[in-house]
Design a protein around this ligand. Structure first.
Ligand SMILES: [Zn+2]
Length: 442
């Protein structure tokens, strides 16, 4: 019990004490942005606001929202860092790019102090999974400009773990390392965890028997929060699998704990969370769903006040047995506003499709294609099958999957079974969703 929390004074703080701390940090970050960020100064002036009108956290609703699009436009107009930058560039120590595919990635900078706190909060999350200094950790990550597991690496260092950096290594070399060294923790995208287990499986290697992994943590994609994906990883590695909640813009804002109670704890001293109704933008109460809007209370270089995450979440109305008093969400991110698809008037979340498809062990990889066929929107699910699935069983498998999708989504889908290996594998952000419709509803 004594060793359960990394920052017990924060993780078990009273609501009042936490509120006081948040308020102090909130007012300080508002003053900082007003003074040093031309981007925010303009936004404040447009809203007819000055920092002295922000007296408590209640006043957060007076602040304008910030979107990814705002930041993109700002960095285009004021290259390369944008007017948002609220410190001198020479005070910055780290730069990370968001994983845009068009060369228009956002650039997010951190000062030494920003980055140090970022890694500390990350360490709190890892500690909550049960990672300790006695662990040996492999972040299976390229260590490029994407933030990914960079902070995870330094967080493990802060905890005191033994670190095995595997950037630049091939999958076969990583597999060999997992069999050679007493590596107990693996950090990577969920797609890559599945891919690596599949490659190992081709050589008859079962990690669950031959490696020592006891904890895996995943970010970059929603996968680890999808029960069937989580189960697949846990079975392949014989470990407990955790979803890491964070973004380049806001940092590590949430975590599930070792109790795996289905709740996400929010690092309230680092990020203030609002859950706002999708239509009215008013806060929802316990059990309510809405868009997660986050204010980072600490980062000075690229401050984010009321940042629209586009993530749909639900406010928890129960407590976690771990005893943490932090604000919590029920489940993880339930869906992304940007990913929502409308098919013949019905809203479809690609994450739901993944949950259903991954429930079938016959599936190795898959792709979802939204198409318009004779004026009607249709969903095609292309399956790259496991080698064990013989052709004689295709029709039976296809019927079962079609039925499960019909029940789970409430719409008809078409299944297409491809040749083995026909679909790409992903080690970064998987792009399994293709929308070929010219004008997309919404
Ligand atoms: Zn908990």
């Amino acid at each position: 019990m004594r060793n359960r929390y990394y920052d017990p004074e924060i993780e078990t703080a009273s609501k009042d004490a936490l509120r006081k701390l948040q308020e102090k940090k909130f007012k300080a970050i508002v003053r900082h942005t007003w003074k040093h960020s031309p981007f925010y100064r303009k936004k404040f002036e447009e809203a007819n606001l000055t920092p002295d009108r922000i007296r408590s956290l209640e006043d957060i609703s007076k602040l304008p929202f910030v979107t990814k699009e705002d930041l993109r436009k700002d960095q285009e107009a004021h290259p390369p860092w944008g007017d948002i930058l609220a410190v001198k560039p020479e005070e910055c120590q780290r730069i990370h790019l968001t994983s845009g595919t068009t060369g228009k990635s956002l650039k997010i900078l951190d000062t030494t102090a920003d980055w140090s706190r970022f890694c500390h909060i990350y360490a709190r999350n890892l500690y909550a999974y049960g990672i300790r200094k006695t662990d040996m950790v492999m972040p299976a990550f390229s260590f490029g400009p994407w933030i990914g597991f960079w902070a995870g690496y330094y967080a493990c260092q802060e905890i005191g773990c033994l670190l095995f950096a595997s950037g630049g290594m091939k999958t076969e070399q990583r597999i060999d390392a997992l069999l050679t060294y007493p590596i107990t923790v693996l950090g990577c995208t969920p797609s890559y965890a599945i891919h690596m287990a599949e490659v190992a499986g081709k050589s008859g290697i079962e990690f669950s028997r031959r490696a020592k992994i006891r904890i895996s943590w995943h970010t970059g994609e929603a996968g680890a929060a999808i029960p069937t994906v989580k189960k697949k990883i846990e079975e392949a590695y014989g470990c407990k699998c955790f979803d890491f909640l964070g973004s380049t813009e806001i940092g590590p804002w949430g975590f599930n704990c070792e109790f795996q109670s289905g709740l996400t704890h929010v690092n309230e001293d680092w990020a203030y969370a609002e859950v706002l109704d999708l239509e009215t933008d008013q806060p929802v109460g316990p059990g309510g769903r809405g868009e997660l809007v986050l204010t980072n209370l600490e980062r000075k270089a690229n401050p984010f006040l009321r940042y629209r995450s586009r993530d749909i979440v639900q406010v928890a109305d129960r407590k976690c047995p771990c005893g943490r008093t932090l604000f919590a969400l029920e489940g993880s991110v339930l869906g992304r506003l940007d990913d929502m698809k409308k098919v013949r008037g019905i809203i479809v979340y690609p994450s739901k499709i993944e949950e259903i498809v991954r429930g079938f062990k016959e599936v190795d990889e898959f792709q979802v294609v939204f198409k318009r066929v004779r004026e009607l929107d249709e969903v095609f699910i292309r399956i790259d099958p496991m080698p064990e699935l013989d052709r004689g069983s295709y029709v039976f498998f296809q019927e079962r999957l079609e039925k499960a999708l019909q029940i789970g989504l409430g719409i008809r889908t078409f299944i297409e079974i491809l040749e083995r290996g026909a679909l790409p594998r992903w080690d970064h952000k998987a792009k399994r969703i293709v929308d070929e419709r010219k004008d997309v509803p919404f």
